[in-house]
Design a protein around this ligand. Structure first.
Ligand code: GLN
Length: 194
């Protein structure tokens, strides 16, 4: 049985926990640094990236997160979680920091108000190069503006990059946990087998 943490400072924590439990994982709601040591994988959920950033620093989680993830902990960032993982944010709120682990630049709230909460089916290019449909919800979603050499594009939406992988990291703009699609979470769990 795999133990998967969901960073539980703010945002859409419960739906990730449910999906992971459906896949047979034991879920830990991470609020303290010492909880990171028992994990096989980690999810940084969507929500409000400025709030998650601020709380992570107040609670002393920022440096432990950077340490655990850069040591190879398989980690999935969704929406605000993708923003947290990013090397840089094109349009940060004043004082907003990211963890700087995934070699991408992101832009926040990239898809405008008319698709504020659109649901759609995307094509997900899995690690083996096969195309799989993923049912995705977009809620004030970020886009990936640029990416480094180690980054593979896994999904696009309206011409923009909305899914990437880099070694132990997966970053997606959208919310599969809201549609119940397990494809990306299964890939996260498969990273724990390496
Ligand atoms: N717009 C949010 C942010 O910038 C992200 C939205 C989401 O996580 N659903 O943090």
């Amino acid at each position: 049985e795999k133990t998967v943490g969901v960073l539980a400072l703010q945002g859409g924590v419960a739906d990730h926990a449910l999906l992971l439990e459906q896949l047979g994982a034991r879920v830990v709601l991470v609020k303290k640094p010492e909880q990171l040591t028992e994990l096989d994988a980690l999810v940084l959920p969507g929500g409000e990236s400025t709030t998650i950033d601020r709380l992570s620093r107040i609670l002393g989680l920022r440096e432990p997160l950077i340490e655990a993830i850069s040591a190879g902990l398989p980690t999935l960032g969704t929406c605000a979680g993708l923003i947290m993982l990013a090397r840089s944010i094109a349009d940060p709120a004043p004082g907003q920091q990211s963890l700087g682990l995934l070699d991408v630049e992101v832009g926040r709230n990239a898809f405008g108000s008319q698709v504020d909460s659109a649901e759609t089916t995307l094509t997900w290019q899995d690690a083996a190069g096969s195309a799989r449909p993923v049912r995705a919800a977009f809620i004030r979603a970020p886009r990936v503006i640029s990416w480094g050499e180690k980054v593979e594009v896994a999904a696009r939406y309206r011409g923009e990059v909305v899914g990437v992988r880099q070694e132990n990291l997966l970053g997606i703009s959208f919310h599969p946990e809201l549609t119940g699609d397990t494809t990306v979470h299964e890939e996260l769990l498969s990273l724990t087998e390496r």
